[in-house]
Design a protein. Structure first.
Length: 389
């Protein structure tokens, strides 16, 4: 396990202290040993007046033994005392180092806590760090300035979305009304009605495109409110709303809906599942199959939508989550949709702190797996249903 910055600084300061203390103790030991040797030799060469002088050899032996014994006792006592003192001071130094590191890194904790609390709905929060103009203060001020810029950008984006919704959807609604009225005109020629139907289809695609763009912009924002959601019910509701009777196709739906709880926005999650089902139906084959599963795996609530269909090259799978990307056909005028379905799925899953992956089936089609943070209280009970559609 990797230590945090506070722990690493404490270990570094403590290690530096013990290394410096050991070097200092070694030098002190050498200097003391030399000083003791010189002092003891001078002391043992003194003699009293009139006393018989010992022989030179006897003096040498006695001096060496006395010097060695005395020096060893003094050095051993000094080393033992010095080690005990160094350990005690070292422990104190480690505690002081931790407190100093904690105080030095406390402003960084404030920066981190503020960043974790931020969402699109509370960008007004600031660190507002007070203190000397050091590196940490400069970092906090820079972060506050960045939040100011982000706040202005999100405000501008919200205004743009509101204006675009009004300015683009209203004319399209008017066009749809005019075209529908023209189709009801008894005096309209067959050519005029055919043209009106073609324009009505184009207008409908544009409306879906605008709706998808607005939903994508909204789902890319962090959720401001969350509540417990039972994914089994979300999937069931989405299946009721999805068009499970596509033209010129007969698709069989297999369900394996276990109980799995997550925390989030039920409407966004419902749209996420709806888009997955819609994508699986539209890009399927005649007499194809779809498997929908909900389960709990470790710490995740998992939704899996698997479908038959054309073979998908593995290198094209990641591109499917980009806006307006399809496997084939025109990027804008496709009859199958706006090209934003999986992009919206990824944005919604990201906003819920989850993951989404897609894998191609060797026999054709896709397996899309959504993993969301799981909440406690899920049951392993599953309801298995198979029915033709």
């Amino acid at each position: 396990m990797r230590l945090g910055l506070r722990a690493r600084l404490t270990v570094l300061y403590g290690a530096l202290f013990f290394v410096a203390g050991s070097v200092l103790l070694w030098f002190t030991y050498i200097l003391t040993a030399n000083a003791l040797g010189k002092q003891m030799v001078m002391a043992y060469t003194k003699t009293s007046p009139g006393a018989a002088l010992p022989s030179k050899d006897q003096i040498g032996v006695e001096v060496k033994r006395a010097v060695g014994a005395r020096a060893a006792d003094v050095l051993e006592e000094m080393l033992r005392s010095s080690l005990m003192i160094m350990v005690l001071i070292g422990i104190t130094a480690v505690v002081v180092a931790y407190l100093v590191a904690d105080r030095a890194l406390r402003p960084l904790d404030r920066v981190t806590e503020t960043a974790e609390r931020l969402s699109e709905s509370n960008l007004h929060e600031r660190i507002a760090l007070v203190g000397p103009k050091d590196e940490v203060k400069r970092l906090a001020d820079t972060f506050d300035a960045m939040l100011d810029r982000l706040h202005r950008v999100f405000d501008a984006q919200r205004r743009f979305i509101a204006n675009a919704s009004h300015e683009l959807r209203t004319p399209l609604a008017v066009n749809r009304t005019v075209l529908e009225v023209s189709l009801e005109e008894p005096e309209a020629s067959p050519d005029l009605k055919a043209l009106a139907r073609a324009l009505l289809g184009t207008n409908s695609r544009h409306e879906r495109l605008i709706e998808g763009l607005l939903l994508l912009a909204q789902s890319e924002q962090e959720l401001s409110a969350r509540k417990l959601v039972e994914l089994r019910h979300v999937v069931a509701t989405a299946m009721e709303q999805a068009d499970l009777h596509p033209r010129r196709r007969r698709v069989t739906i297999h369900q394996d809906l276990g109980s799995a709880m997550t925390e989030g926005d039920p409407l966004f999650l419902e749209r996420c599942v709806f888009n997955l089902l819609e994508n699986a139906i539209k890009y399927n084959v005649r007499d194809g199959e779809i498997w929908v599963r909900v389960s709990s795996e470790n710490e995740s609530a998992v939704i899996t939508v698997e479908n038959t269909g054309p073979v998908v090259p593995p290198y094209d799978v990641d591109d499917l989550f980009e806006p307006f990307r399809r496997l084939s056909g025109d990027r804008v005028r496709s009859e199958r949709g706006s090209g934003l379905g999986l992009s919206i799925v990824r944005a919604i899953v990201d906003a819920h702190g989850g993951t989404v992956t897609a894998l191609p089936r060797p026999e054709g089609g896709l397996v899309v797996t959504v993993g969301l943070p799981r909440r406690a209280g899920t049951a392993a009970r599953a309801a298995r249903v198979q029915r033709p559609v």
